[in-house]
Design a protein around this ligand. Structure first.
Ligand SMILES: NC(=O)c1ccc[n+]([C@@H]2O[C@H](COP(=O)([O-])OP(=O)(O)OC[C@H]3O[C@@H](n4cnc5c(N)ncnc54)[C@H](OP(=O)(O)O)[C@@H]3O)[C@@H](O)[C@H]2O)c1
Length: 256
């Protein structure tokens, strides 16, 4: 089978970066995207060093023109787009609902929700025009499945991503475009470090996680690769939760 052409947003760090290396090891042709040209060029070189054909394209997912050009440049370089991992996201400015403003709303929703919508808009354009369709993987969170205090904007944005994934899956199904979502729990990245803030909080989080540890970016990447591959050919409109059991129950009576 020909190497898949894979586009990853928010690829310069964390889950996006780990997924780029996982695909590189599989021999994929990669377009990695983010907002920092120098870091992006360095990443493309590192991916080349492990044998991938990789190109960095700068794009801010909040901007329609940036995403249009990101997809166009993917097509120019590799001729098609098989898998799109819409991973760029932000925790925004956490705080109580009483402190929400238009600015804090935009700081979260413009990247997480509008960014995912704009990405899918242009990815659909590319995938509809090619034989075989394609696979889109969006990113929600356990915050997209339940509430957390002082995080209403992030919680709302990640719930929204599950909803728009289902709608897009229905729109794409007849043309062979599958759209799914991964919902990571706490995952060891810079975002996790920022949100938890210090070791005391991280230890408290670990104590209620059934596996007593956060996930790794590489563990999330495995689910993205599954959803991007023909092994999930009949899976669309679904959310795969990777949370070490967090959503399975309420840790009132922790296991011994
Ligand atoms: N870590 C967790 O515990 C966890 C759990 C559930 C879900 N997630 C989700 O997983 C995804 C990846 O997060 P991560 O944990 O890997 O954290 P991360 O390292 O902070 O990655 C987020 C990436 O998105 C990029 N980004 C943010 N806003 C952007 C924009 N407007 N345009 C383009 N790129 C932008 C960031 O780059 P900049 O440097 O340009 O900001 C960064 O590279 C996010 O959608 C996050 O919500 C994370």
């Amino acid at each position: 089978m020909a190497a898949p052409v894979v586009l990853i947003t928010g690829a310069l760090t964390g889950i996006g970066r780990a997924t780029a290396f996982a695909y590189a090891r599989l021999g994929a042709e990669l377009v990695v995207s983010g907002r920092h040209q120098d870091v992006g060029n360095a990443l493309a070189k590192e991916l080349g060093d492990v044998g991938a054909h990789a190109q960095f394209v700068r794009a801010d997912v909040r901007l329609d023109d940036d995403i249009a050009s990101l997809v166009d440049r993917t097509l120019e370089r590799f001729g098609r787009l098989d898998v799109a991992f819409n991973n760029a996201g932000t925790e925004g400015q956490p705080g109580p609902v009483t402190e929400v403003t238009k600015e804090t709303y935009a700081a979260t929703f413009d990247t997480n929700v509008l960014g995912t919508l704009l990405s899918m808009k242009h990815e659909f354009r590319a995938m509809r025009a090619q034989e075989g369709g394609g696979s889109i993987v969006n990113v929600s969170s356990t915050y997209g499945l339940m509430g957390f205090p002082d995080a209403a904007l992030y919680v709302g944005s990640k719930h929204a991503i599950i909803g728009i994934t289902k709608a897009a899956a229905l729109e794409g199904a007849a043309s062979g475009i599958r759209v799914n979502v991964v919902a990571p729990g706490f995952t060891q990245t810079a975002m996790y470090e920022r949100v938890t803030g210090n070791d005391a909080v991280r230890n408290a989080v670990n104590s209620v996680l059934p596996m007593h540890r956060p996930g790794t970016p590489e563990e999330i990447a495995e689910a993205v690769i599954y959803l991007g591959s023909a092994k999930s050919a009949y899976v669309t409109g679904q959310a795969i939760t990777l949370d070490g059991g967090l959503m399975a129950g309420w840790p009132l009576f922790p296991a011994a």
